[in-house]
Design a protein around this ligand. Structure first.
Ligand SMILES: NC(=O)c1ccc[n+]([C@@H]2O[C@H](COP(=O)([O-])OP(=O)(O)OC[C@H]3O[C@@H](n4cnc5c(N)ncnc54)[C@H](OP(=O)(O)O)[C@@H]3O)[C@@H](O)[C@H]2O)c1
Length: 180
């Protein structure tokens, strides 16, 4: 039976490369998560064409938004073996999403966390018969996260937020493992 992987940020450089590589392996169903339909469809088409794997699909979600992740989880059908959280941003200016949350915190941290939490039951089920994995892609330059100002309300500089936020997926992974 095929195994299933979901790759977020699969229209970007690293996410596309990950999705492409897995699709080229035998017995994998690959689901690309993208926020932009046009870019997502183009990525799916390219991967199918280049790998010959027809089991490549697209789901649309702005992963900075709770409502989009909730919808994705509600509509998800079937098993999942591997979740690859990769979609992340490093914005130059502080910006909030339509839910009023600072974008980087919303996507790079809450987005990863919500995907992990939301898919954990399905992943645990897969682990009983096959295996399951969660992969959180993060920056090597990760530093300490200021828990008193996770949305950069008092200090938003490109250096600060680059150092701070990419670390959070790593902290997320550690926290999740400690709690599981
Ligand atoms: N590039 C590096 O040197 C480097 C180094 C260390 C770690 N990383 C990590 O690698 C990962 C990917 O980086 P990359 O260089 O491949 O970045 P990238 O090319 O900029 O791709 C980012 C991806 O995230 C998606 N995305 C952005 N905002 C989103 C949202 N609100 N909802 C859903 N998807 C969203 C983008 O979609 P759109 O196509 O619609 O914009 C794109 O597919 C990140 O976690 C980054 O921290 C990168």
């Amino acid at each position: 039976m095929n195994k299933t992987v979901i790759v977020t940020g699969a229209t970007g450089a690293i996410g596309f490369a990950i999705a492409h590589k897995i699709a080229s392996l035998k017995n994998w169903d690959v689901v690309l998560a993208a926020r932009n339909t046009q870019k997502g469809e183009a990525a799916v088409e390219k991967i199918i064409k280049q790998t010959g794997n027809k089991n490549v699909k697209l789901v649309i979600a702005d992963l900075s938004l709770k409502k989009d992740i909730d919808k994705l989880l509600k509509e998800w059908q079937g098993p999942l073996n591997v979740l690859i959280n990769n979609a992340a941003i490093t914005p130059i200016k502080r910006k909030e999403n339509s839910e009023g949350i600072e974008m980087q915190w919303a996507l790079n941290v809450l987005g990863y966390w919500r995907m992990i939490e939301g898919f954990s039951a399905i992943l645990s089920e897969s682990a009983k018969t096959e295996y399951s994995r969660i992969v959180n892609v993060a920056s090597f330059w990760a530093g300490g996260l200021d828990l008193n100002d996770v949305e950069f309300k008092t200090d938003f500089t490109i250096t600060m937020q680059h150092i701070d936020s990419p670390n959070s997926p790593i902290e997320c992974s550690v926290l999740f493992l400690k709690n599981s």
